[in-house]
Ligand binder design. Structure first.
Ligand SMILES: [Zn+2]
Ligand SMILES: [Zn+2]
Length: 388
């Protein structure tokens, strides 16, 4: 593609991205965003555009040649319940909601790829453009799968990307095997007998027990799991019904656990139940543990990682392509698709000066738009090579 054409596409995509940024929508409420996406895909002349897949999801299909292989490219559309701190003219117009994870950029880059591939082709087979809702909830991918995504829009493999603050724009990273963790949530409720602050011996209050339990939970990772397995157990909230001069009879401990293998997640839950019950018994209170699995671990397929690196070599400077050193203990709903087909998830730089993801000052860096679009296009041409 000639440079003036890519300049024009970059300008056009910047307009789309800022429009999406100004109109952020929370998970499963992405009505305007989905309508925007579907209208663009129809304008580009895709063979099929289906809305309402798994709630507000959109799937576009583009066919070229006679190849019977299909590849899926996925973007996420949802925003977060965070109040944006920004002076940008395109700042959020929806109070309390903002694109703090760059899904406006991901959606725009995939739209750019759809436009390029619909206009220029250069592949043989079927491309599915998947725009999923509710990534941040960890519910949108499952909603699309439960709505028959694999049966109605079958594909053999899937690729996705996420911007990464701190990594310079124009830089590319991924790795084989574990990339992002599972996320589990837990809630432990301790119940005892509260009472007068001056007479602790007359009841069995729950605050001291809760403090001991919070400390004992620290031994799950440090003493009960193999050091070879990366995992995190974080207590994030401790709430009681006590007041200034009354001891609590109830304490709630909430938190979050990360791991990379289902066996490790299961062991964290098992150890948590042992510790909660044992600690509660020692303090003469009762414990009830609720443990839920919100995100599954994301593992990249080795062959598709090789393909992604090969595609990246046509888009990024050689010195800007790197193997990510270690998996991240953040989680991604993309992992749900990998229960059905092999896939590869990659990271693109959002700039060293970028605010962190989920920060109220975060903004997607428009200088990275063409890199993401060209990577999507290169992957399609690599995996559905014309004349193969
Ligand atoms: Zn996010
Ligand atoms: Zn995100």
């Amino acid at each position: 593609m000639a440079d003036f054409e890519s300049d024009a596409l970059e300008r056009e995509m910047t307009v789309w991205r800022r429009d999406l940024h100004a109109h952020p929508e929370f998970g499963f409420e992405e009505k305007r965003t989905a309508a925007f996406v579907a209208a663009k895909l129809r304008e580009f002349g895709l063979d099929d555009v289906t809305e309402g897949v798994g709630g507000t999801g959109v799937v576009g299909t583009l066919r070229r040649g006679s190849g019977n292989r299909a590849i899926a490219l996925r973007a996420d559309m949802d925003a977060l319940r965070i109040t944006e701190q920004s002076d940008a003219p395109y700042r959020s117009g929806n109070p309390g909601i903002m694109h703090a994870c760059g899904h406006d950029g991901h959606t725009t880059m995939l739209l750019g790829a759809a436009k390029l591939l619909a206009g220029e082709g250069g592949f043989d087979g079927t491309v599915r453009f998947i725009f999923q809702p509710a990534e941040e909830w960890g519910r949108g991918a499952l909603a699309m799968l439960d709505d028959g995504l694999m049966q109605r829009f079958p594909f053999d493999e899937i690729f996705g990307l996420h911007n990464m603050p701190g990594l310079p724009v124009g830089h590319f990273e991924t790795r084989s095997g574990p990339v992002m963790s599972a996320e589990d949530n837990f809630e432990i409720v301790l119940k005892g007998l509260g009472g007068h602050a001056a007479r602790p011996h007359a009841g069995n209050e729950t605050l001291v027990a809760a403090c001991a339990l919070v400390t004992n939970l620290q031994t799950i990772v440090s003493r009960r799991l193999s050091p070879a397995d990366i995992s995190v157990v974080s207590v994030t909230e401790l709430i009681t019904d006590g007041t200034r001069n009354a001891l609590p009879g109830l304490a709630r401990i909430l938190g979050d656990a990360r791991s990379f293998r289902p066996e490790v997640s299961a062991e964290i839950e098992r150890q948590m139940r042992i510790i909660a019950e044992g600690t509660a018994a020692a303090y003469n209170v009762t414990a009830e543990v609720k443990y839920s699995r919100e995100f599954v671990p994301l593992r990249n397929d080795a062959e598709l990682v090789d393909a992604a690196f090969a595609a990246a070599r046509g888009v990024f400077e050689p010195g800007n392509i790197a193997v990510a050193h270690e998996p991240m203990t953040a989680s991604e709903d993309f992992a749900r698709f990998l229960d059905h087909v092999p896939g590869c998830f990659v990271f693109l730089g959002n700039g060293e000066a970028s605010a962190p993801l989920h920060n109220s000052s975060y903004d997607f860096n428009d200088d990275g738009l063409l890199f993401g679009t060209n990577f999507h296009v290169a992957v399609v041409r690599q995996r559905l090579e014309a004349g193969r």
